[in-house]
Design a protein around this ligand. Sequence first.
Ligand SMILES: Cc1cc2nc3c(=O)[nH]c(=O)nc-3n(C[C@H](O)[C@H](O)[C@H](O)COP(=O)(O)OP(=O)(O)OC[C@H]3O[C@@H](n4cnc5c(N)ncnc54)[C@H](O)[C@@H]3O)c2cc1C
Length: 326
Amino acid sequence: MTDLQAEVVVIGAGPAGLHAAFYAAWRGLQVRLLDARGEPGGQLSALYPDKRVYDVPGLPATPAAEVVAGLVRQLDGLPVTWHLHTLAHGLSRVDGGWRVQAQTPAGPGTFTAKAVILAPGMGALLPREARVPGEHPDVRTDLPEPATLRGRRVLVVGGVPQATRAALELSEAGALVTLTHRRAGFRGRPAELEALGAAQAGGRVQILAPATLNALSPGAAHLTVNGESQTVPADTVLVLNGYLPDLSPTLGWPLDWQGEYVPDGPGGTTALAGVFVAGDAAQSGGDFKLISVGLAQAAVAANHAAHHVRPELKVRPGHSSEKRLG
Ligand SMILES: Cc1cc2nc3c(=O)[nH]c(=O)nc-3n(C[C@H](O)[C@H](O)[C@H](O)COP(=O)(O)OP(=O)(O)OC[C@H]3O[C@@H](n4cnc5c(N)ncnc54)[C@H](O)[C@@H]3O)c2cc1C
């Protein structure tokens, strides 16, 4: 089992975790950023990438996906290592810091650091299970690298923005795509919905909706479309039904959890020295589960973490406008 070292491990790549990673790395610390999902952005990218957000300061009426893109871009050039598809489930004290146990794409692994910033939001956003009767050898709930499905007949099931995006990306990568949903409409950003319409008109994506997916069999899916039975050839079935939050992997950590909240002191400190909390999970935010609040908590927690890791660094960061990268 590999043990990866860092100065700070950030758990959760939602807005709070992304900004915490930014600030810790901006202060010069080596950061490892973990998320259970395959893409960053937390609730914004999992639950509402297509919706506009109106109350992030400085970004009026901005699609959630663009808010995330900006937070991710802000990490460019900074010492942040990404670990996606990585679910943190254990925390233990080690000499001089903390060890996080995690399930990684390569199997069980650990991350050791002097400080941990916990930004788990509502919990690990895990894909809803694909509950479809019948046997099929290749049913997935997460979009793989699209090029790996080139030339395959792929049935994408779902109306969420990820289903629209998957249909487009797979078709662009050379898969033969059928998109189906129990309702007539699909969610997505206006440009994506327009591209989907064009792909359908051009015969690059077949759309069957509203439709009921009744069963799977090897190489095929059996649907009811407009009251008629229809069998669609499918080498791969990709069921994208959204995400459900799961806090249980971290709820057992001795942080004096109060329901879904970790009590936090000034600076995002918790009951464990060197473990900080920010975002929706920080109790100090109370009912204000907002991006702007999480970003502020993240800035404060990351700067306290920086001082904890390297006491020679002041807690106060100074003004970024007076500093330059590199
Ligand atoms: C539909 C909807 C609309 C919203 N609209 C707005 C709005 O307009 N304005 C606004 O300010 N707020 C809005 N919010 C709230 C806002 O999205 C949240 O306040 C914000 O996402 C919280 O950020 P976070 O980083 O704390 O947590 P999250 O965004 O929840 O991110 C947490 C991340 O941590 C990961 N994670 C959790 N546990 C683990 C683990 N054990 N191991 C690895 N990874 C883990 C999760 O997979 C997730 O990616 C909205 C929320 C919803 C659901």
